[in-house]
Design a protein around this ligand. Structure first.
Ligand SMILES: CC(C)(COP(=O)(O)OP(=O)(O)OC[C@H]1O[C@@H](n2cnc3c(N)ncnc32)[C@H](O)[C@@H]1OP(=O)(O)O)[C@@H](O)C(=O)NCCC(=O)NCCS
Length: 143
């Protein structure tokens, strides 16, 4: 299946916020999403029909994935994989040398997704969340 990912600095922030709230216990509102996108080198990567989206920021030679979410009814169709691939290509165009992200230790789905995309786990921040849960640091070198 071909999934075209739109790369934009001015997405429909309300729709992205609704999706974020569906995917995370503390979803970001539209204002927060617009705020993040004010930085010149931050982009939203949006799947068709707002089935999923991610935010990526490039600073100097490093890219950071800020969030990634796919709606429940659209999962396991390769959408997140396409978003991550589009992020990687854009980071490469911007001259980034690596893409970094953090993921909850218990989030097996996301960790499997990132490993499949070529990320490796580089560290653990113990007790990072108020619940005491740890976060895993991951990176992929951009070639
Ligand atoms: C994690 C998430 C983004 C995956 O989105 P998705 O579009 O379903 O992922 P894809 O279909 O592209 O999956 C690609 C690969 O990731 C892995 N994967 C995805 N979901 C998985 C799951 N629930 N269990 C195990 N592996 C999974 C698989 O290897 C999969 O390949 P396969 O389907 O050929 O086996 C989605 O489940 C989600 O939005 N979760 C809630 C928010 C979240 O956790 N975001 C990440 C925060 S860091």
């Amino acid at each position: 299946m071909i999934i075209n990912i739109e790369i934009t600095q001015t997405p429909d922030a309300e729709k992205l916020a609704a999706l974020h709230a569906e995917c995370f216990p503390a979803g970001w509102d539209a204002a927060a999403i617009r705020d993040i996108l004010h930085t010149a080198t931050t982009r939203a990567f949006v799947a068709p029909d707002h089935a999923g989206f991610g935010l990526l920021r490039v600073v100097a030679e490093e890219a950071e994935m800020l969030t990634l979410a796919v709606g429940r009814s659209h999962r396991r169709q390769g959408i997140a994989g396409h978003i991550v691939a589009a992020m990687y290509a854009w980071a490469q165009e911007q001259g980034a040398h690596a893409v970094f992200l953090e993921v909850r230790e218990s989030n097996e789905a996301a960790r499997a997704l990132y490993r499949k995309a070529g990320f490796r786990e580089t560290g653990l921040r113990k007790g990072y969340y108020p619940t005491g849960e740890s976060t895993v640091l991951m990176r992929i070198d951009v070639k």
